[in-house]
Ligand binder design. Structure first.
Ligand SMILES: C[S@@+](CC[C@H](N)C(=O)[O-])C[C@H]1O[C@@H](n2cnc3c(N)ncnc32)[C@H](O)[C@@H]1O
Length: 245
């Protein structure tokens, strides 16, 4: 076989098998907006509560809407909440409240979500939607630095009592949020960690990119961590599900 034919055959095999192509797509409202497979997934599986739809559309008007959780990911986490019959959850980094509202809607009447958010603008956007959906009593918004809220919950004797934690605030503190979350959840409880792929930048992170390096270090730590069982999913910007042993 001539070199040029060999090159062609190898090239075709790479295209047909997808080898060398990343499976990373991103969120349906940002990086994956034009991806036909992801849009198919959303069109054929998303069951969005009408108030969640309104909140998503309102959030898309915000200049930082890329921060919003992907709706397909929020629905997946709401289903995990149903699966483990969660009644106590924490959201670390609420933003405009899409995932907090989604979790509250998935919980029974006695369910409670503690939502940590530092920015008043976002708290003010979120609250009317919680009221409109009729779940404001289930949501305890802690307008403060997340670490302070987590310490306060531990100080109030709530260690080992939470069923589900979603970590989605400043990446710099992710490892500390993870350790606090492990303290706060019960055995069999779930810690969901967002942005673990960081748009793919965790793969061979640039030496000057401290955020990607930090996330990569946390991913590697969790891989070896015998306190949990885990899966790392290519959903949204990458989602790790850690189940406390
Ligand atoms: C990626 S967004 C969260 C998105 C949200 N989980 C959702 O469902 O759409 C991160 C949020 O964390 C908040 N945040 C960042 N650092 C924080 C801190 N130290 N304490 C509390 N909130 C923080 C930011 O203001 C921002 O709204």
């Amino acid at each position: 076989m001539t070199d040029i034919k060999l090159l062609f055959c190898v090239g075709l095999a790479v295209v047909l098998t997808g080898v060398g192509k990343s499976a990373f797509i991103g969120k349906s409202h940002s990086g994956g907006k034009d991806d036909p497979v992801l849009q198919y997934v959303v069109n054929n599986s998303l069951r969005e509560h009408p108030v969640l739809t309104k909140l998503r559309l309102r959030t898309l008007e915000d200049q930082w809407s890329i921060m919003m959780v992907a709706s397909e990911q929020a629905q997946f986490m709401a289903n995990l909440i149903r699966l483990i019959n969660a009644t106590k959850a924490i959201e670390i980094g609420m933003y405009t409240g899409y995932n907090t509202l989604s979790m509250a809607l998935a919980m029974p009447e006695n369910g409670k979500v503690v939502a940590c958010e530092i920015e008043d603008t976002y708290v003010n956007i979120a609250k009317p939607f919680f009221k409109e959906a009729g779940v404001e009593d289930k949501i305890d918004v802690r307008h403060d630095i997340a670490m302070k809220t987590l310490d306060a919950l531990i100080g109030a004797g709530e260690a080992g009592t939470y069923d589900f934690v979603f970590i989605d605030a400043d990446k710099f503190n992710y490892d500390r949020y993870y350790e606090k979350s492990l303290e706060l959840i019960r055995r069999g409880g779930i810690i969901a960690i967002d942005n673990v792929l960081w748009s793919g930048r965790v793969v061979n992170p640039d030496p000057s990119d401290l955020t990607s390096q930090g996330l990569d270090a946390l991913n590697k730590k969790l891989h070896k961590d015998q306190r949990i069982d885990l899966s790392m999913l290519i959903v949204g910007d990458g989602l790790t599900i850690a189940i406390k042993r």
